[in-house]
Ligand binder design. Structure first.
Ligand code: HEC
Ligand code: HEC
Ligand code: HEC
Length: 139
């Protein structure tokens, strides 16, 4: 009986440990959301962490046209040859991250926030996540 309750206790402990491990992983994972774009054409090579661009965060605040027409962002992850000279000059991210519309360029780590060596990519596809089969339409 004693052995059994010891066993139960140790199982309970491991269950708690597994749960907290899962929680811990989830907290870390939450930093990258669907549709986030990782931009890493130059960052790693320059010894900076790659950039995470939170697309949804921006999309709910601005029309597509603001960035993809007016500011000239091409619709392609990593397709824009962005560098810090251009940003400080007010192009690309620098059109807003100038301490006026949004916080300024000094906040390196807020943009350069990806794990080192993360390649340029779209983190999951928003299209695949949003468009779910809805079954046969009702007549
Ligand atoms: C508003 C977002 C943003 C902020 C803030 C920012 N960067 Fe960048 N940075 C970028 C983007 C986007 C790129 C292009 C990433 C790539 O293709 O690797 C980049 C590229 C770079 C590069 C490689 C290209 C180059 O210009 O040499 C370096 C080095 C760099 N950043 C350093 C910094 C430092 C240092 C700071 C803080 C003083 C900073 N960045 C702040 C967005 C930002
Ligand atoms: C605040 C600026 C901004 C706004 C607003 C914005 N985008 Fe983007 N978009 C970007 C940037 C930056 C990238 C990545 C470009 C790069 O890596 O050089 C991107 C990439 C993309 C891509 C290619 C990557 C992917 O997810 O497949 C598509 C498609 C796209 N945007 C569509 C849209 C649509 C549709 C809207 C409006 C609902 C929109 N964007 C609004 C800045 C913006
Ligand atoms: C059209 C304007 C605009 C452009 C272009 C833009 N941003 Fe932003 N960004 C904003 C605004 C506004 C905020 C919110 C600032 C605040 O909360 O004070 C923001 C916030 C952010 C945040 C923080 C998101 C959060 O969860 O708080 C990151 C990271 C970021 N931008 C990265 C970038 C990068 C990288 C680029 C270029 C690839 C970029 N932004 C281009 C307007 C812009």
């Amino acid at each position: 009986m004693k052995i059994l309750s010891k066993l139960r206790a140790s199982i309970a402990v491991s269950v708690i440990m597994i749960f907290s491990a899962v929680l811990f992983v989830d907290i870390n994972e939450a930093r990258a959301e669907y549709g986030d774009v990782v931009i890493n054409n130059y960052s790693d090579a320059a010894g900076m962490r790659p950039v995470v661009f939170p697309h949804w965060f921006h999309r709910i605040r601005f029309r597509c046209k603001v960035c993809h027409a007016d500011l000239g962002f091409k619709f392609q992850a990593g397709g824009n040859e962005i560098n810090m000279v251009k940003i400080i000059d007010g192009q690309f991210c620098g059109a807003c991250h100038n301490g006026d519309i949004a916080w300024s360029v000094e906040n390196c780590n807020l943009c350069h926030s990806a794990n080192p060596k993360t390649p340029t990519q779209v983190h999951e596809s928003t299209v695949q996540k949003l468009v779910q089969p809805t079954g046969t339409p009702k007549k």
